[in-house]
Design a protein around this ligand. Structure first.
Ligand SMILES: *[C@@H]1O[C@H](CO)[C@@H](O)[C@H](O)[C@H]1NC(C)=O
Ligand SMILES: *[C@@H]1O[C@H](CO)[C@@H](O)[C@H](O)[C@H]1NC(C)=O
Ligand SMILES: *[C@@H]1O[C@H](CO)[C@@H](O)[C@H](O)[C@H]1NC(C)=O
Length: 380
């Protein structure tokens, strides 16, 4: 009995510790390194295992496949409000190139998202350049999809051939979802029970349809929470393999350490770095950061952030991983495996160092050659 009480006590204690501000109490924020998913979009062509109804096609046509919708702009704006709220202490009211680095993948939806997000980070109300235009231009940088380490899922042959195979390979980890997958198959009139990882693509498709105002029906609506759990598991099966997560986010994590080092040694560096990207990027940065509980499929506008903080008393540098499940929810803290919260910077480096890659090594490991032809259809 005693052990039962102890477990209950520890569980309650840990939960409150991870959700309350005592994680960051007595720390000073030094640096924020974050990647976020774009806002709501229309379905992507690669996520279309199911034939579209005429009505659905009519809804998609004005936007095109994989494009940010007006709901997506509102979500992106909310992501920006989160950035301003949580990291405003590192940013002036007006855009200043020496304070923030902004990079987007070469995809219309991530670019539009970061533009709307920055409209919230830098509202044009202070020292504005126009009396009636409530907008200030904020630039981002981008890299063609063929060369971007944040689009490994289209330009890293070793990864794409692995994940394409993993997608269609049934995994015993999906067995516990066979009931819900059968029900969803029935409701859709499309049997994917033999390819259970399709739960990831089907969930994505239904969310996109719903966000466009399409009625997916009562039955599918009721199945969505369970399908979401299956999608989380499928994402983990396809993209969570320890041998491949470095190809997905090892270079990105390397960037975190590169700039964290500059800050700890007193070199001037931008204190906020924003990478506008995709669900795989948010998920993979969590994975290489070795958080204890990966959060599954990141929702539109979700954020994963590595915060470099300094303990006020000791001067020690620590890392705090923060997850915003969606900009309509509150952020949570994710403890690091075998390190906890916060995690000392040196310990964090030791735990994650086997995943770190520089760009050249990453390309070599990917089997990248200049003449490869990439299929960027999923992110156009
Ligand atoms: C931008 O930030 C830098 C570094 O903090 C500062 O030296 C500079 O004066 C700022 N520029 C403007 C226009 O405020
Ligand atoms: C810009 O500043 C002027 C002068 O302070 C003010 O009258 C105007 O309302 C501001 N415009 C916006 C869009 O906030
Ligand atoms: C700080 O780190 C940067 C980048 O690694 C390096 O170029 C610089 O020499 C270092 N400065 C000091 C004072 O150690």
């Amino acid at each position: 009995m005693i052990s039962v009480y102890l477990v209950v006590f520890l569980t309650v204690y840990q939960t409150s510790a991870f959700n309350a501000n005592n994680v960051i109490r007595n720390t000073e924020l030094e640096f924020a390194f974050l990647t976020h998913r774009h806002g709501d979009r229309t379905p992507v062509p690669s996520g279309l295992p199911v034939a579209m109804s005429e009505k659905m096609l009519d809804l998609i046509t004005p936007w095109g496949y994989g494009q940010l919708t007006d709901a997506g702009k509102r979500t992106g704006y909310k992501t920006g409000e989160f950035i301003r709220r949580r990291y405003g202490e590192l940013l002036s009211p007006k855009y200043n190139n020496s304070e923030i680095y902004i990079r987007s993948t070469d995809s219309k939806r991530t670019q539009m998202t970061v533009l709307t997000a920055m409209a919230a980070v830098y509202p044009a109300t202070v020292n504005n350049w126009s009396e009636n235009i409530n907008w200030d231009p904020v630039p981002y940088t981008t890299v063609p999809a063929k060369y971007d380490f944040n689009t490994a899922f289209v330009n890293c042959p070793k990864l794409t051939s692995y994940s394409n195979a993993a997608f269609v390979q049934p995994s015993p980890r999906m067995d516990k979802y066979s009931g819900v997958l059968a029900k969803v198959s029935d409701a859709l009139g499309f049997d994917f029970t033999k390819v259970p990882n399709l739960a990831y693509a089907i969930y994505d498709l239904l969310v996109s349809e719903r966000n466009l105002g399409f009625d997916i029906g009562k039955e599918l609506t009721e199945l969505m929470p369970e399908l979401r759990l299956a999608a989380n598991e499928a994402m983990d099966v396809i993209y969570g393999n320890d041998d491949y997560i470095a190809l997905q986010a090892g270079v990105l994590l390397n960037e975190f350490f590169k700039y964290a080092k500059q800050i700890t040694n007193g070199t001037n560096a931008q204190r906020v770095r924003v990478y506008s990207a995709h669900d795989i990027n948010v998920y993979s940065l969590e994975s290489v950061s070795q958080v204890k509980h990966r959060q599954g499929v990141p929702e539109f506008g979700s954020v994963f952030s590595l915060e470099l903080r300094r303990m006020v008393k000791t001067g020690e540098y620590v890392v705090v991983p923060v997850y915003l499940p969606s900009p309509y929810e509150t952020e949570i803290y994710l403890p690091v495996k075998n390190c906890g919260l916060p995690c000392g910077l040196d310990k964090f480096l030791e735990i994650t160092s086997k995943y770190l890659l520089d760009v050249d090594t990453w390309r070599t490991k990917c089997g990248f050659t200049d003449d490869i032809v990439i299929d960027s259809g999923s992110i156009d």
